[in-house]
Design a protein around this ligand. Structure first.
Ligand code: CP3
Length: 368
């Protein structure tokens, strides 16, 4: 039997759809991860990060870990954005302390021409099984978020063979400028792969989806639209927006994309994620009520003393709400960090953060 469609705590879904909420929902990017000792323990049992991702039972176990410690309003599938290029045959591995790498980076024209979109229900079956398993384990409690990388962000890893930031994305950007035809081909196939992958997650039970465009902010103004945003727009247009009679909201997050927020809000998504360099109130004025906003505490603020953590959380809430606190009760804000949580974060501070978001936003709505 499938679990009933609307979770008991649906404040996250309502905020994304800009429906009234009694408090601001919160979840954290990378909420299941190395800052939690219980995560490190499960990862050790799995043998490696990748075997953890590929084991639906253990992936489910770590997905739930942060929820039993903190009053988070959503769960996020435990996986990685790089499972898609792995399923395309590039050979993902994690070298200790060096982050993700590919055995066969995409460099040769023939390999690029050979690239095909994997069937998610076959090549990424373990992800779909994890989604279904997590939904069963969550029961009717909080919604489950599915996700994927954006085509551009995935292409950065695929062409560079690892994180491109250390080399200023030299290889992938050389291809972008010299051989835009090849770059577009990679992005075209990857956009199809991502659309199929997210739709399969939705069919397996994901109740909202998020596209991580972690390296979109590395592009020039013109290149961002042509090589990243256009493909995310195509994906959003191809997503199943309803499942089991419920809307499935979609969040788009371009790290470093604050200056392009109107353009992002225009691609048909329900919400835009912002990193910590944007002011939420200003962002809200710029996009009006076209989309909800998600963000945007600096993850490094979590290293400060608990009272500073609480003060920074209140500052983010107040920046969205404006002076009168008016906006808060009308929904439209999902509290999050501006990027993934650091592995060195003290878990006690995460509790302070989550509790402060709830208590301060409840107070705000009572006052308004
Ligand atoms: O938010 C969640 O809890 C869901 C799980 C999740 C992970 N990665 C788990 C993970 C999500 C949503 C991601 C997305 C992801 N992965 C992105 C987009 C978001 C972003 O951070 O910009 C990117 C760029 C990746 C690629 C990737 N995977 C990197 C750069 C790393 C870090 C390498 C390192 O050693 O710091 C990973 C590994 C990874 N993905 C870990 C986790 C918990 C840590 C791996 C471990 O346990 O050793």
């Amino acid at each position: 039997m499938s679990p009933s469609a609307r979770p008991k705590n649906d404040v996250f879904l309502r905020a994304l759809l800009r429906e009234p909420v009694e408090y601001t929902p919160v979840w954290l990017m990378r909420q299941a991860g190395r800052y939690l000792p219980e995560y490190n323990e499960t990862r050790r049992r799995a043998g490696s990060f990748l075997s953890l991702c590929k084991n639906p039972q253990l992936a489910c176990e770590v997905t739930l870990q942060p929820l039993s410690r903190f009053e988070l309003d959503a769960a996020i599938l435990f996986s990685d954005i790089l499972t898609v290029p792995d399923a395309m045959g590039l050979g993902l591995y994690f070298a200790d302390g060096e982050g993700p790498k590919f055995e066969r980076p995409l460099r040769e024209e023939w390999a690029i021409r050979d690239l095909t979109a994997p069937d998610p229900n076959v090549h990424l079956r373990y992800v779909m099984d994890a989604v279904a398993e997590i939904r069963r384990a969550l029961g009717n409690s909080v919604p489950l978020i599915g996700f994927s990388g954006s085509p551009w962000t995935l292409a950065c890893y695929m062409v560079e063979g690892g994180s491109g930031s250390a080399t200023d994305y030299r290889t992938v950007k050389t291809m972008l400028y010299d051989r835009p035809d090849l770059m577009h081909h990679i992005l075209d196939v990857t956009a199809t792969a991502v659309t199929d992958y997210l739709n399969a997650q939705i069919e397996s039970g994901a109740q909202a989806v998020m596209i991580f465009d972690s390296w979109g902010g590395a592009l020039s103004h013109a290149a961002y639209r042509e090589f990243s945003l256009a493909y995310m727009q195509r994906i959003v247009a191809g997503l199943k927006r309803e499942h089991d009679g419920e809307r499935v909201p979609c969040i788009v997050f371009t790290k470093g994309g604050g200056q392009w927020i109107e353009a992002i809000a225009g691609i048909g998504c329900d919400a835009v994620g912002l990193d910590w360099t944007s002011d939420l109130g200003e962002a809200r004025r710029r996009v009006g009520d076209r989309v909800a906003l998600q963000g945007n505490l600096d993850p490094m603020a979590l290293f400060a003393s608990p009272d500073k953590v609480a003060a920074e959380a209140r500052r983010v809430l107040d920046s969205f709400a404006g002076d009168a606190g008016e906006a808060r009760k009308s929904g439209g804000h999902v509290f999050n960090l501006g990027h993934g949580i650091s592995q060195f974060t003290p878990p006690e501070n995460v509790k302070v953060l989550v509790d402060t978001v709830h208590s301060h936003s409840r107070r705000g709505s009572a006052r308004g």
